[in-house]
Design a protein around this ligand. Structure first.
Ligand code: ZN
Length: 446
C-alpha cells in the first residue's frame, strides 16, 4: 500500500473535490473518469458509504496516523519533484507531439526512454482504481478492471516505446544542422524501427520526409505507366533514355526520403545516408541531362557523345566530392549548393550550342528550351532557399515544423523534375512526329 500512495490523489483529486475531477480524466482517459464518477454516485446512493470524499478523507487520516506523508495532485508537482520519472509520465499522459512542442522549453533536454519506475507507478495507479472499486462495492467491477488494465497496457506500451522531440541545443553535435530551427528535433533514436515509425510523428523532418516520399511514389507510378507502353508506340531507345531519367528521379527522391528518415539513428548512419542523399542529387542531374541531350543532338552523334561524356564525368566528380566526410557539415552548405548548381548550370553550354547552331526559335519550339530554362530556375531557386535558409532565418523558431527552407527546396526539386519530364516528353513527341534523321546523316542517331 505504501508504495502506491502517490497514486490515489492523482487519480481521484484532492479529498473534498471528488465531484470535479480534472486530474482523473487527464490521467487515465475519459473511461476511467466516467467510471469514477459512476462509482462516486454509487457510493453516494449507499448508506454504508454515504460520502465518497469522507471515505477518501478517512483513509488519508488513517494513513497519516501511521506516519505516511500526504499526497499532492499532478498539477502541484513540479519538475525536479522527488517522484522519479513523474514529469515524463505526466507529459506523455497529457498530450501528443504538438503539445510537447508547445510545452518544451530551453531547460528541458531530450528525455530518456521511460523507466521501470514509471511502469510500477502505473501499475499502482491501476491497483488503486481497482481497490477504490472494491471499497465502494461497485457492481461493475469486472468491466472497470478490464478497462483499466487495457488502458494501462496501452499506455505503458506507449510510454516504453516513446521519445520526445527536443530543443536544438540538446541535440548531439552531429545532429545540429540548422540552428534557426529551435524546437521539435528528434533525438538520436538508435533504431531503424523507431526512425521509420517517426514518419508518422510531427517533428522538424516530417515535411522533408513526406515531400520526397510522395514525390518518389509519384515518379514510380509515372515510370511504370510510361515504360509499360507497347514497343510499337515507343521504341526501345526512347524507353531507355526516359528510363535513365526516371531512375535518376526515383533514386534521388528515394535516397532523400531515406536520409531524412534515418539520419537521427546514429552518427555513422547519419553520415552514410547524407552521402547517399548527395549522390542521389547527382544522379537526378545526370538523369535529367541524358534524355535532353539525346533528343537535342539526335542527329549530331559527336556533339551528343561529347556532352554525355562531360555530364557523366561531372556527375561522377560530384559523387566523389559528396563522399568527402566534411562535405556534409553545416558550414559547407553553400559549397554543396554551389557544386550541384554548377553541375546543373553546365547545361547552359549545350543549350547555347543548340540555340546558336539551330536558331533560338527552333531551340524554344523543338528542344523545349523554355521548359529547360524553367527547370533551371526552379533548381536555382530551391538551391538558394537551401543555402540561405530562408524563411527560418527571418523567423527563428517559427518554421520548426512547416515552411522551413529545406521543405521548400524539396518541393521545388519535385516541381523541377516534373517540368523536365514534360519538356523531354514534348521533345520525344516532336522526334516521333518528324521521323528519323535526314538520309545524309543516317548513322548519327544511336
Ligand atoms: Zn533533403
Amino acid at each position: 500500500m505504501a508504495e502506491c500512495l502517490p497514486s490515489t490523489s492523482k487519480i481521484f483529486g484532492e479529498p473534498g473535490t471528488s465531484s470535479q475531477q480534472p486530474n482523473a480524466s487527464s490521467t487515465l482517459g475519459m473511461d476511467i473518469s466516467a467510471l469514477t464518477d459512476k462509482a462516486t454516485k454509487s457510493a453516494q446512493r449507499r448508506p454504508a458509504m454515504t460520502d465518497y470524499a469522507d471515505a477518501i478523507g478517512s483513509l488519508e487520516e488513517e494513513l497519516a496516523s501511521e506516519g505516511l506523508r500526504r499526497r499532492v495532485p499532478w498539477d502541484s508537482l513540479s519538475i525536479g519533484s522527488d517522484v522519479p520519472g513523474l514529469h515524463d509520465v505526466k507529459d506523455l499522459l497529457e498530450g501528443d507531439d504538438a503539445s510537447d512542442l508547445v510545452s518544451e522549453d530551453d531547460g528541458v533536454g531530450c528525455p530518456l526512454p521511460s523507466t521501470p519506475v514509471e511502469q510500477g507507478l502505473l501499475e499502482c495507479e491501476i491497483a488503486e482504481v481497482l481497490k477504490a472499486g472494491v471499497l465502494m462495492d461497485e457492481i461493475d467491477l469486472g468491466a472497470l478492471a478490464h478497462n483499466a488494465v487495457g488502458q494501462a497496457e496501452e499506455f505503458v506500451r506507449k510510454v516504453m516505446a516513446s521519445w520526445k522531440v527536443c530543443h536544438f541545443h540538446h541535440l548531439p553535435k552531429w545532429l545540429q544542422d540548422n540552428d534557426f530551427l529551435k524546437t521539435g528535433h528528434r533525438p538520436p533514436l538508435n533504431s531503424f524501427k523507431a526512425c521509420f515509425s517517426s514518419i508518422f510523428r510531427v517533428h522538424t523532418e516530417t515535411g522533408n520526409i513526406w515531400t520526397h516520399l510522395l514525390g518518389c511514389v509519384m515518379f514510380i507510378g509515372i515510370a511504370a505507366y510510361f515504360l509499360s507502353t507497347p514497343a510499337m508506340e515507343l521504341p526501345p531507345w526512347d524507353k531507355a533514355v526516359f528510363g535513365v531519367f526516371f531512375a535518376g528521379a526515383i533514386t534521388c527522391l528515394g535516397l532523400s526520403f531515406a536520409y531524412h528518415t534515418v539520419h537521427c539513428h546514429s552518427e555513422l548512419v547519419g553520415k552514410l545516408f547524407s552521402k547517399l542523399d548527395y549522390c542521389g542529387i547527382a544522379m537526378l542531374i545526370i538523369g535529367s541531362f541524358v534524355p535532353w541531350l539525346y533528343y537535342s543532338f539526335y542527329c549530331q552523334f559527336s556533339a551528343k557523345l561529347i556532352y554525355l561524356s562531360v555530364v557523366i564525368v561531372l556527375g561522377i566528380s560530384s559523387i566523389v566530392v559528396s563522399m568527402w566526410d566534411r562535405f556534409g557539415e553545416p558550414k559547407y552548405r553553400p559549397v554543396r549548393a554551389g557544386v550541384f548548381m554548377g553541375f546543373g548550370l553546365s547545361g547552359v553550354v549545350p543549350a547555347f550550342h543548340y540555340a546558336i547552331s539551330e536558331g533560338w526559335f527552333k531551340a524554344l519550339s523543338q528542344a523545349s528550351l523554355g521548359w529547360l530554362i524553367l527547370m533551371g530556375c526552379l533548381y536555382i531557386l530551391g538551391a538558394m532557399f537551401y543555402a540561405l535558409r530562408v524563411p527560418e532565418r527571418f523567423f527563428p523558431g517559427k518554421c520548426d515544423i512547416w515552411f522551413q527552407s529545406h521543405q521548400i527546396f524539396h518541393v521545388l526539386v519535385i516541381a523541377a523534375a516534373f517540368v523536365h519530364y514534360h519538356g523531354i516528353s514534348e521533345m520525344a513527341m516532336y522526334r516521333m512526329t518528324i521521323g528519323e534523321c535526314a538520309a545524309q546523316n543516317p548513322a548519327m542517331a544511336f
